[in-house]
Ligand binder design. Structure first.
Ligand code: PFF
Length: 449
């Protein structure tokens, strides 16, 4: 059955695709700017903690359900349930996940469009087209709408090519390039004046800030967003994974790469902020608040590139190009769950499903752009801060309580015959059953109070 649906051809291909999904705007635009405006090192600390004790176990829950069922989230949650009610609830949660994935893509395409526009803006600067450059890097409805559409078209193009030729081929080539460029930029930024101030904010925690409820819920949202959890993305990627792969190992590698790149991006963005500050750019409001998180990196990074003289436009071009690519390997993973659902449950052809769903998402993006101030932040908070962790909770409950335990352990052994002798085997089934649901619930309750 798996082979009719498409399958990743190698472990490397899967890891590149799943890490490609995980690594994206969340790592480089989301995490560092949230860290910067929420206590720096305190946020980093809580984020790291939640990534290991919560996000990795939830990622494993999604991967294992997907790989067991070799089907989309809606079907998969029904497959592991045995009672009519839990099947119905599972299907419902799967559908909510698809809707949330679509809403995430609707704002993601807007931000990714900004990356593309900045990339072309650097090209225009190199070619001496100053007016064009100003339009490309300025904030306007026309520019935002145009690049959102270009980005959605690219996403749809890759997804219509399917798992192997589309998702795997592109992710494997572009992810390594991104890593190398970022490393080079980090090394460069750390040589500039002001960078050490940023490093201090990033690495010296203020422990009193670390326990603030709003910080903890933001860090949880950031961790879920960064690992693409809750919306069936990792589940569907797991469903294309061969039964010969060890899930704890591939899940661990994907988590490691994702967190590593987020932390690395912090070493770029926070020092770059303080380099910009040292050269006179306003990054704080008079009351000491950071200027808009959404556009922060579009203010401080161009400032950083400007310090590089003639090479600056070239480095800027490369950076924003790779950001757009990182966004693309994530956006395809948001489009795949609703597309796979439409193909498998409603019999659409891949092409038709891609066109239909992309049009719906582009319409939502357009609506956000037309009501930017009211909707942009709202959609981000509703999807990433609330929906993703709550849906993650559902996955934990299904793995821990609904799925027959022998079935779960059998799937865990698949491709990992020695897993029974590891700590993972002893801890994880209990951890998703009790600890993860409790942590997620506690964070929500604490936030409500
Ligand atoms: N993990 C992606 C990022 O960090 O940019 C965002 C993302 C991808 C969220 C896929 C949700 C998703 F389903």
């Amino acid at each position: 059955m798996a082979s009719d649906r498409g399958e990743f051809s190698s472990r490397f291909g899967f890891i590149m695709a799943a890490a490609g999904s995980a690594v994206g705007l969340g790592n480089i635009w989301g995490f560092p700017t949230q860290a910067a405006s929420n206590g720096g090192a305190a946020f980093l600390l809580v984020y790291l903690l939640l990534a290991f004790i919560l996000a990795y176990p939830v990622l494993m829950a999604e991967l294992i359900i997907g790989r067991h069922a070799h089907a989309n989230a809606v079907r998969a949650l029904q497959t592991i349930a045995s009672r009519p009610l839990s099947k119905r609830v599972g299907a419902g949660a799967g559908i909510v996940g698809l809707v949330v994935a679509s809403f995430i893509l609707s704002f993601y395409a807007i931000v990714a469009g900004w990356m593309m526009a900045h990339c072309l803006g650097s090209l225009a600067a190199l070619a001496g087209f100053d007016a064009l450059e100003a339009w490309l890097v300025g904030f306007s409805l026309e520019r935002n709408a145009l690049f959102m559409l270009v980005f959605m078209t690219a996403t749809a193009g890759i997804i219509s090519a399917g798992v192997h030729q589309g998702i795997e081929r592109w992710s494997s080539r572009l992810m390594p390039l991104l890593l190398v460029t970022m490393l080079a930029l980090v090394i460069y930024v750390l040589t500039l004046d002001g960078a050490m101030d940023g490093l201090r904010v990033y690495l010296l925690p203020d422990f009193s800030a670390a326990l603030a409820p709003s910080l903890v819920i933001k860090a949880m949202g950031a961790a879920f967003f960064s690992l693409s959890l809750g919306v069936g993305t990792m589940l569907i990627y797991g469903s294309y994974l061969s039964d010969r792969e060890s899930l704890p190992v591939v899940g661990g590698l994907v988590t490691g790469v994702d967190i590593g790149i987020a932390v690395l991006a912090g070493f770029l963005v926070l020092p770059a902020m303080y380099v910009a500050l040292a050269s006179g750019v306003e990054i704080f409001t008079p009351t000491g608040q950071l200027i808009s998180e959404d556009t922060l990196i579009f203010t401080v990074l161009p400032e950083l590139f400007a310090t590089m003289g003639a090479a600056g436009a070239l480095v800027s071009l490369l950076f924003f190009f790779l950001m757009a690519i990182a966004a693309l390997t994530s956006s395809i993973s948001m489009l795949e769950p609703p597309v796979a659902y439409a193909i498998e449950e409603h019999g659409l052809t891949r092409q038709r499903a891609v066109v239909l769903i992309s049009l719906i998402i582009a319409a939502i993006s357009g609506t956000i752009l037309l009501n930017f101030d009211a909707l942009f932040g709202l959609v981000i908070a509703a999807t990433t801060r609330y929906s993703q962790p709550l849906l993650g909770l559902v996955f934990c409950l299904y793995v821990g309580w609904v799925w027959n335990r022998n079935g779960l352990l059998q799937e865990l052994r698949e491709g990992a015959p020695r897993v029974e002798h590891t700590m993972f085997w002893r801890i994880w089934p209990w951890h998703v059953r009790f600890v993860c649901p409790l942590i997620i619930a506690a964070i929500f309750v604490q936030n409500l109070l």
